[in-house]
Ligand binder design. Structure first.
Ligand code: ZN
Length: 166
């Protein structure tokens, strides 16, 4: 992806906004299930994404951003979105954290690929910086995943209740 700066900034703002929205959803979901510790993790991630979005917007300044017609990056939806299954699956803090990690990893890879492909030095620099920030988010989630018990064995052993692998 060889973006011009405005195109890249437009994608980055959209990406951070979507991450913030999803984190807020996950935070509320954890809170509803009385998992305050994991809820707090997602609330911090929400704030980080919002801060990042605002920093990028400040960086945009007077630059006119293009309307995005398509996305190269999107947060992956929970499995079977719309159905109950996706939400049931994410109610487990372990799964919610894994899901968030997968998306952070994709964001990191996205920024990294932009940094590699770009011929615009400012896009290259910013994308590299953002990739680094995402790698810190992945590391933070890894820490939490390491401290979070896996879902119960019965739940995992029953193939009928397993969400599809995406
Ligand atoms: Zn992130």
């Amino acid at each position: 992806m060889d973006y011009a700066l405005p195109e890249f900034l437009a994608h980055a703002v959209a990406l951070e906004q979507e991450a913030a929205d999803r984190y807020l959803e996950l935070a509320d979901m954890m809170e509803a299930h009385r998992n305050d510790a994991v809820s707090e993790v997602f609330r911090s991630m929400t704030r980080f994404s919002q801060m990042h979005r605002d920093e990028i917007k400040a960086r945009v300044g007077a630059v006119q951003l293009p309307q995005l017609k398509s996305w190269e990056f999107r947060w992956r939806s929970p499995p079977e979105t719309g159905g109950e299954e996706g939400f049931d699956y994410l109610i487990e803090p372990y799964n919610a954290l894994k899901y968030a990690r997968e998306n952070e990893l994709r964001a990191m890879q996205y920024y990294r690929s932009v940094a590699e492909a770009s011929t615009d030095s400012e896009v290259k620099r910013l994308a590299g910086e953002f990739a680094h920030e995402e790698s810190e988010h992945v590391a933070a989630l890894d820490k939490w995943i390491g401290m979070t018990p896996r879902p119960s064995a019965t739940w995992q052993d029953d193939p009928d209740t397993l969400p599809p692998v995406v």
